[in-house]
Design a protein around this ligand. Structure first.
Ligand code: SAM
Length: 272
């Protein structure tokens, strides 16, 4: 078990519908392609911070009959993920409510231990990676992918989206997380004692009318209705009026035919 930080980080996004709308789009193809070549049928896998479970269920499909487990500290998304697996008829996966600093598994249990967009939200990502390494079989794979917010770029220019970035960075850091986790992932993996650390990067691109509508609407709602809204006001980072301005900026970006956004992610594949 890894020691939990005295002041645990607060999960910045929360589980509002506007947040889950974006998270449930995720698949192995768009979010874990760097890991795909290592997904051999029969291998076991633990997905840490599995959220609504769309990536986990996709992983289970590829690894069947291997055992796949998703853990998350929020029971609301554990229930949602369990329902998704049932709906899709994927039987080799289960979801458990647990804290990633104290994973409820013996040492040396899983062939692959994976986390997607989780380490950026925890106060001690190195301790989290050590705990992931503990439950991986010796020589097993530890894989992680994290966004790098300061690397996000967009067109057309927008003072409202510049303000969004500023507010987002302050809220995420204020919650004890690291919004620029992507560039730090390799360092964290090395500090956690992982070996054979291979780094890569990949980018989400949102530009088509459909992608802009989905991402722009999601962030407009997140700015005014999700945990992000309450945190920004509570921390004195932005006023309600400013957050409404940020929502308007997202809607303007959504409606701009030349609207484009690139979101880069750092990735590591390492040995336990
Ligand atoms: C950004 S979501 C990513 C969900 C999923 N991996 C995906 O990419 O769709 C991060 C998830 O980590 C979970 N989480 C945050 N801190 C955690 C902790 N200490 N232990 C377990 N899960 C945690 C949150 O509840 C949330 O569901």
């Amino acid at each position: 078990m890894s020691e939990r930080p005295e002041t645990p980080a607060r999960y910045t996004h929360g589980h509002h519908e506007s947040v889950l709308r974006s998270h449930t789009w995720r698949t192995v193809d768009n979010s874990a392609a760097y890991l795909a070549p290592l997904l051999r049928p029969g291998r076991s896998l633990l997905d840490v911070g599995s959220g609504p479970g769309t990536i986990t269920v996709d992983l289970a499909d590829r690894l069947a009959p291997g055992r796949v487990v998703g853990v998350d500290s929020a029971s609301v998304v554990v229930e949602q993920a369990t329902a998704l697996a049932r709906e899709r008829g994927v039987e080799n996966v289960e979801f458990v409510t647990a804290d990633l600093y104290a994973l409820p598994f013996d040492d040396d249990t899983f062939d692959v231990v994976h986390a997607h967009q989780v380490l950026q939200h925890v106060g001690d990502p190195v301790a989290a990676l050590r705990e992931m390494r503990r439950v991986a079989v010796p020589g097993g794979v530890v894989a992680a992918r994290e966004v790098d917010y300061h690397g996000v770029v967009w067109a057309p220019e927008s003072p409202g989206l510049e303000r969004w970035m500023d507010v987002y960075q302050q809220v995420h850091r204020g919650n004890g997380g690291e919004p620029d986790a992507g560039r730090r992932l390799r360092g964290w993996a090395l500090e956690a004692g992982l070996t054979d650390v291979v780094s890569s990067a990949s980018v989400w691109c949102f530009a088509s009318d459909e992608e802009r509508a989905w991402w722009g609407d999601s962030w407009a709602a997140r700015a005014t209705q999700s945990a992000f809204h309450g945190d920004a006001i509570g921390k004195g980072v932005a006023t309600d009026a400013e957050l409404r301005g940020i929502a308007d900026a997202w809607l303007a970006w959504r409606d701009a035919p030349d609207g484009t956004l690139f979101m880069p992610h750092g990735e590591v594949l390492a040995r336990a």
